[in-house]
Design a protein around this ligand. Sequence first.
Ligand code: BG6
Length: 498
Amino acid sequence: MTAAPSYTPARTLDGAGVTALVILGGSGNLTHTKLGPALFSLYRKGRLPANVRIVGVARDEMSSDEFRDWLRGGIGDAATWEWDEFALRLSYAPADVTNADALAAIGRHIADLTPGEGGELNCLYYLALAPGLYEPAITALAGAAMAGDGPGWRRVVIEKPFGSDVRSARRLNEHIHSVFREEQVYRIDHYLGKETVQNLLVFRFANAIFEPVWNRNYIEQMQITVAEDVLVGERGEYYDRAGVLKDMFQNHLLQLLALVAMDPPYAYTADALRNEKVKALSSVRRLSLREVSRNLVIGQYEGYHWEPGVAPGSQTPTYAALRLFVDNWRWQGVPFYLRSGKGMARKTTEMTIQFRSPPHMLFPVPDGASIPGNTLSICIQPNEGIHLEFQSKVPDAGLGMKSVALEFEYDEGFAGIALPDAYERLLLDVLSGDASLFTRSDEIELAWSIIDPIVDGLDLPGAPSPYRYLPGMDGPPGGAELLANHGHRWLPGCAEAR
Ligand code: BG6
C-alpha cells in the first residue's frame, strides 16, 4: 500500500506579509465560473497563502458584500463556516482597469492590508479581461506604480487569446515586457492545468519502457483529437473572427503536440521544460500555401450561420483536421494528425499513438488481412485513462489472434481522489512562482507562426472551403479522407476503448 501523494508547491506560500490576488475583470464570467470556485477549493484544502486577500476589480458598481454573494452563487455545496471564513478574504472595488489613477487607489487599498511597517506585499494581477484590454490594463498598472517589485513579488496572469496572429502576439509580448520581466508573466493555456495532460509527462518520463520506442523507428502515426459536442452558443462574435484554428489549434492542440513530441527535459523546471517544447514547436514543418489544401480539411456545422454574432455567409471553420510533420531526428516522416471541432458526436480529448506493425509476421493471417500495430490511447477527458492495445491468442482457436487492451482508468486507479479543475492547479502554481505549466513568450509566437500560414492559406483562391456537417456527427467525411489519402484512418477513440 503506498501513501497518498501530497502536493508540493515549487516554493513555500507562507511567510510574513500579505498576498493580494487582484482580479482585473472581477465581475466577469471567468471569475464566477472558474476563478472563484478554484480559489475556494484551494482555500478548503489549506493551499492558499495564510494572508491572502482576493480583490475583484471591474467597472460594474457592486459592494464587497454583493461580490461575495455573487461568487458564492458560482460555488457548489460548501459548509457555511468554510464559506464565511473564505469570504472574509474577499473584497471588491469598482474601477476602470485602464485608468492609472483608479488603479492607484486600489493599490493604496491593497497596501493598507499589509501588517505593519515593512511587511511584504506580494501582488498577483489576474487579467480576466477582454483581450483588447490587456495592453491598456498593463499600461495602467505601470502608471499606478503597481508593477515594480516592492518588498514582495509582482506577477501577472494573462488569459487567452494571446494575440490573433504572430505579429499581434509579438507586439503584446513587447508591451508586457516593457512593464514586467518574462519571469513575472504567466500566460494561461488551461489545457496544461489538466491533470491528465501533466500525466503525459509523468507517463513518458517517469517510466523507462516508453521512451526507447517513442520515435520514428517504432511509431507509425500520432493522432490528437479535441472534440466538443457543444456549439458556438453565445460566443458567435468572437468565434466568427477566430474559427477553430485560432481558437483551439494554436493553443491547446499545439501544446498537446509539443508535450507528446518533445525530448526529455533535463529537469522539471519551467525553463528546461519550455526549452524542449520550444524545440519541438520549432521543428514543426511550416506548410506552404500550396501545401495547405493537401494537409487540411475544414468543416462548418449546419446552422452555424444562425448563431448570434456570426456574419451571414461566414466561411469560418468550426472543424479542422490537419496533417503536420515534426522535422527532426526523432519524428522525421511520422504524420501527426490533429483534429478539433464543435458540434461533434461527443466531448473527448485524446491522443492515440499507433506503433508500427511487426516487421515480419510468423503467424498465419487470412489473405488480404494485416495485423495492426499496437495502439496506445491517452484519454485526457472525460473517462481519463490510458489504454494499450495488443494482439493476443484466442484460446482454443489454433493461432487465431485478437486485439485486447490493458487499461488504466483514473477513477479506478485513484478512486476517491477527485480530479481538480485546471484553474486550481494553475492558480496555485502562479502563487508559488512555478511557470512550468504556462506558455513562454517565444513558445506562443512559434505556435502562431505554425498556424498563421494555414489561416492565410484559407483566404487564397482555390483554398479548401468548409464541408458542412450535421451537429452530432464526427465532423465532415473529408476529415476521414485526409487520412485515407495517406493510408491511415482515425483510430477508435477512448470512448470505444472503454
Ligand atoms: C477554450 C476555447 O479555450 O477551450 C473554447 O476558447 C473551448 O471554444 C474550450 O470550448 C474547451 O475547453 P475544455 O476544457 O472544455 O476542453
